[in-house]
Design a protein around this ligand. Sequence first.
Ligand SMILES: Nc1nc2c(ncn2[C@@H]2O[C@H](COP(=O)(O)OP(=O)(O)OP(=O)(O)O)[C@@H](O)[C@H]2O)c(=O)[nH]1
Ligand SMILES: [Mg+2]
Length: 212
Amino acid sequence: MERDDLEEGRLLFSKPCQFFAAANNLEALPEMLRPEIAFAGRSNVGKSSLVNTLTGRKMLARTSQTPGRTRQLIFFNLADRIDLVDLPGYGYASAPKTDIKKWTKLTRKFLSGRQSLRRVFLLIDSRRGIGTADEDVMSLLNQTAVSFAIVLTKSDKLKVPEINKLIANTEKKAAKQVAAFPKIWVTSSEKVIGIEELRAHIAGLALKHSSN
Ligand SMILES: Nc1nc2c(ncn2[C@@H]2O[C@H](COP(=O)(O)OP(=O)(O)OP(=O)(O)O)[C@@H](O)[C@H]2O)c(=O)[nH]1
Ligand SMILES: [Mg+2]
């Protein structure tokens, strides 16, 4: 990654980032004002933590020890350039069934029918790898031609050889997905690993689609 790109990322994420909308039904979704990127993945995979670490604001997105904490689609405006969307997680078994269905339905609708959505970051827990629920989401994104990138989270929990094996495995699986971005991002919100690179990548997305 170029130094200029890293600098762009650092600059973008040093600017104000503000919460501006929360939606738990389609009608409550905000207007499509700016390009958007969304953070998707299983409950507890670390979506809200990643949003916090990227923006350097510990309490921006709520995180929890309890899976199923983020119950709405949460929108943050980053520097009037790009919106970050923290999604509710999927695959959390002990949440009330109707709740799960509702979140999943809304999240799926959002993921498949949002024109301003430029990229989905699909978060995968380094300790678990890609599971069947993740594969379902990938199929949905393939079908609707929403470009997505795989982000491995909690990499601090693995040793280097284990991570390398996981990357190789994940790359192999991603190669079969037509809408998948080829690069796999390896991150840890806790140890701040891979965050600068991800910021740079997001800055590139904001730049590409900005009108000025
Ligand atoms: N070790 C480690 N733990 C992490 C990391 N990122 C998140 N966690 C922990 O994982 C748990 C869940 O994190 P969240 O960010 O709330 O996960 P989420 O994907 O937003 O969860 P839902 O909103 O329930 O879908 C919390 O206890 C975090 O502290 C990481 O990089 N390393
Ligand atoms: Mg969350």
